[in-house]
Design a protein around this ligand. Sequence first.
Ligand SMILES: [Zn+2]
Length: 175
Amino acid sequence: MVQARPDGNHRYRFCPKCGAPFDLIEKYGRPRLACPACAFVFFQNPVAGVAAIIVEDGAVLLTLRGDGRGWDLPGGFIEYDEDIEEAARRELLEETGLEIAIDGVYDARSNFHGPDLHTVGIWVRAHRTGGSLIAGDDAVEARFWPLDALPADSEIAFPTDRLVLARLREDYRRP
Ligand SMILES: [Zn+2]
């Protein structure tokens, strides 16, 4: 059974511009939060995140999350004033101590695993240019895992990271 995807409207009750309680009105084809006082319409859109894929000698860099959810590809949310590559470089430095250069976009997927935060994930390929490997920020461990001996799926934090890692493993299996 496919779980119904939340539309995000449940997350807010008051207009962030003027503080008046929201109305839920039909607008542009679906129910949306609209402010009766200042006419602001609060469109619920996903938040963008970026993760970097760094492969060295057939092993991929993963970080162990401090929140107990397991391993993921290092990355995080893109700040409002950052572009994708700046965000990837900043997150990698914070979480793994590595300075990186971006090689290109590898994958992009919708993450519906959190009902209160739908994110669009962008995975980029990258390589190390400096720094030294040390976990930091919200990562408690950072290490390279051989692509043929990755953590079990149950130890990977997010379903989309599992898909991206499976694709990556296939890429490296091909002759
Ligand atoms: Zn308002």
